[in-house]
Design a protein around this ligand. Structure first.
Ligand code: PLP
Length: 413
């Protein structure tokens, strides 16, 4: 039974890479009374969030907001622009890329799953799950597709199951270099508002995001950022679409409304989140996440454990995957840490289940919450008898003390 009266004292450490901790300011904003979604007040809210979310995606084009989890927005992206049996090129970077691929199969598309082959000799983990998208492989495959059968290239920006942030601009360049007309579709569910993402500049046609990661909201709303080419493609695409169809949403959004009852209270939360994010500035937020990630990696290196991401060029600013020594069940360790210290760490998903855990450092964090989370992990190691080379907590404290944030804390909203 979910018994709130048995909640432990103090604050739960929600250190998973989404849902991320929801700031009190956002929770308070969401407690306002629900209003008439056809009334004049609502239009102000609707226009405010649509304008603000466009600025976070860095786009001048429409963004659709759905009352759904990120998975719904994945489906929306595919069904709006594709037709039954269409070939799509997807790239295996981890669990979320694999789930999007499985969804494409279930929708009757013909996805091809490109993957870096082999297993890593250090850890025995699949190479594909330790690296980012290889734009060179995409270019090669598109060049070979002379008939232009491939209709879309789908990649995950920040692969939340591994802690890898792929270079989306490089994927755009690969498509252009191959002179291929495929649409570029990007899952930035966990990247948006934490890792640098530039929809228009990078030439992305459809981006997918969700509320419960960098936007610091509870789960429950998700997004499609569009391009003019994507909107054009949606007019002739033949996969069945009704609830997810962009046309009526984009039309009604012009007045600040939706074709159905939107998630009013989550939109209050979104308005508050956007005010926080745009008030602080995207640059400051991206820099803050890079710094936290560097501090956490310093701890993992001090422990002497492998970081899941094997390529320093694509380390995620959002989360760090920690590979446990062979024979140490990462999920048993997570459970021990949760039960003893009320700290939630992300589980290993799919092909890396039991071999790693994930430390989220996104959204509403600061140096001390991260140092405390690392202390929880380090105490867990001791209790589980996991040998570490040195103290990760001390290494992270030294890192944070020696590297002040570029933006002074006091100016943050
Ligand atoms: C969280 C996440 C998803 C899934 O979103 P849901 O809201 O759980 O449906 C998909 N892709 C990535 C990269 C994610 O981080």
């Amino acid at each position: 039974m979910f018994a709130l009266d048995q909640h432990p004292s103090g604050r739960h450490f929600l250190q998973i890479p989404g849902p991320s901790p929801v700031p009190d300011r956002i929770l308070r904003a969401m407690s306002l009374p629900t209003i008439d979604h056809r009334g004049p007040e609502f239009a102000v809210l609707g226009k405010t969030v649509l304008d603000g979310i466009g600025r976070v995606f860095q786009t001048r084009h429409p963004v659709a907001i759905y009352p759904a989890s990120g998975t719904g927005a994945w489906e929306a992206a595919l069904v709006n622009v594709l037709s039954p049996g269409d070939a799509v090129l997807m790239f295996e970077t981890g669990h979320f890329a694999s789930l999007w691929h499985r969804m494409a199969l279930r929708l009757g598309l013909a996805p091809e799953f490109l993957s870096v082959k082999g297993t890593d000799s250090d850890t025995g983990l699949p190479n594909a799950w330790r690296r980012g998208v290889d734009a060179g492989l995409i270019e090669e495959r598109l060049v070979a597709d002379r008939e232009h059968a491939i209709k879309a290239v789908c990649v995950v920006h920040n692969e939340t199951s591994t802690g890898v942030t792929s270079d989306i601009a490089a994927v755009r360049r690969a498509i252009d270099a191959a002179r291929h007309p495929a649409l570029l579709m990007v899952d930035t569910i966990s990247g948006l508002a934490s890792a640098d993402y530039r929809h228009d500049e990078w030439g992305v046609d459809v981006a997918v995001s969700g509320s419960q990661k960098g936007l610091m909201l509870p789960p429950g709303i998700s997004f499609n950022a569009l391009s003019p080419r994507a909107l054009e493609a949606s007019k002739s695409a033949r996969l069945p679409k009704a609830f997810w169809a962009w046309d009526e949403i984009v039309e009604m959004n012009r007045g600040g409304y939706w074709p159905y009852t939107p998630n009013t209270n989550l939109l209050y939360g979104l308005a508050e989140s956007l005010e926080m994010i745009l008030g602080q500035g995207l640059e400051a937020i991206f820099a803050r996440h890079q710094r936290w990630a560097a501090g956490v990696r310093t701890a993992v290196k001090a422990w002497g454990l492998p970081i899941q991401c094997a390529d320093p060029a694509v380390y995620s600013p959002v989360l760090t995957g920690v590979v446990t020594p062979v024979g140490v069940d990462a999920d048993a360790l997570r459970k021990l840490i949760h039960d003893r210290f009320d700290l939630s760490l992300g589980t290993g998903l799919g092909k890396v289940r039991g071999r790693m855990f994930r430390i989220g450092h996104l959204g509403d964090c600061n140096d001390l919450t991260l140092v405390a989370a690392l202390a929880g992990v380090e105490m867990g190691f001791r209790l589980a008898g996991v040998a570490t080379a040195a103290s990760g907590v001390e290494a992270a404290m030294a890192y944070f003390a020696a590297h002040p944030a570029a933006t002074p804390l006091q100016s943050a909203a």
